[in-house]
Design a binder for this molecule. Sequence first.
Ligand code: RFL
Length: 388
Amino acid sequence: ESTAVVIVGAGPAGLTLGNLLLRAGVECVVLERRSRAHVEERQRAGVLDHAGARIFEEWGLADGVLAGVPGDGGLEIRVDGEPRYLDFAELSGGRTGRLIPQQMLVRRLMGAFEEGGGDLRFDAGEVALHGLDGDGPWVSYRDGGGVVREIGCAYVAGCDGHHGVSRASVPAGALTTYSHDHGIGWLTVLADVPPPRRPLMAVASEGFAAHFPRGPMASRFYLQCAPEEGVGDWGEERIWAQLRSRLGDAGLPAGRITEMSVVEMRSFVVDPMRFGRLFLVGDAAHIVTPMGGKGMNLAIGDADVLARALRAAVREGDGEGVAAYSAVCLRRVWNYQEFSRWLTEMTHDAGDVRVAGEFRRQLARARLERLFSSGAAARAFADLVAGG
Ligand code: RFL
């Protein structure tokens, strides 16, 4: 069996790439380790930025993928309970994003891919990549029925997330890795609580908290905690009490908690995002903390750059895009890493004085204040939220 591109992983990166290649007339097969049900239910991100939405528009996928999805109009930052607003539509000249839960985007991308005749295989076990530094790589896997299969290809797209097999298949020393631990803890809770009127971040002396919409009846909450704390340290009572206090929302109802975990506040980048005929895409190449909501958008942005490069390489024999892939993606990756770090530092240093001390607390508060007193500062922020 052979195809032009084997895509490993059916998350936002792999499914976006699959759809774009289908549109570009480049043959591909998507191999996913987990079951269809598992992939459909996995809830994570919730914001598609303006640049991400543009990609689906440009490739003619917006009608299927973004129909009925509300816009991301703005952000409330509550400082010690005092509400402040940023209107992204106005500040960015209408370049707003969309509020779409990741699993809804994934389901719609799966639907579009399969309706278009795409080849998507779930329950693919023991995926292994071979011959990546030669001209004819191949990918082996064990299918749901236990049969070992091999697919020859011209290129492999490693879209299998941070813990996937693709990056691990690259020989030691071929990639430089950069990683940073932000030194703070985050607890995240997904609950059946009506969403806030607009996405909300809170800066408070007890620490950072946030309340984000995840569809019409669900919310995702984030709570800063000590770096060494685990889920076991947080009973439901403490969670709701801390959320009400930090968010300045005494009436916040305690809904059913459907998921709770500790988020690793760590950033990671590999350079180059390529080894021979393997391209690393999305979380396989980089992770950014959830702060700023850029992880899923980077995955989609990488997929767009790679789809254009592979279209030129496979259909026209033009290897320029393929050669430039890593450098083009890394420019955006570092720009978004910086945005995420900047936002993390400001919202955490300004709250709990134990994070960075009193002097930096005052600096962070000045930075925050600037967003509401300087139009230029607010527009720069909105510009990064819109992405590009
Ligand atoms: P994914 O989504 O991890 O998908 C990888 C896929 O590959 C499969 N896989 C394999 N398949 C075959 N063989 C193997 N050996 C395989 N190993 C793994 C996996 O089963 C999976 O289906 O990576 P991708 O596509 O690069 O997408 C990245 C995004 O999912 C990620 O960046 C975001 O979820 C990050 N993120 C957020 N991003 C945002 O843009 N905005 C947000 O608000 C936001 N919130 C979040 C987040 C991530 C979170 N967690 C849990 C890490 C909130 C959370 C809590």
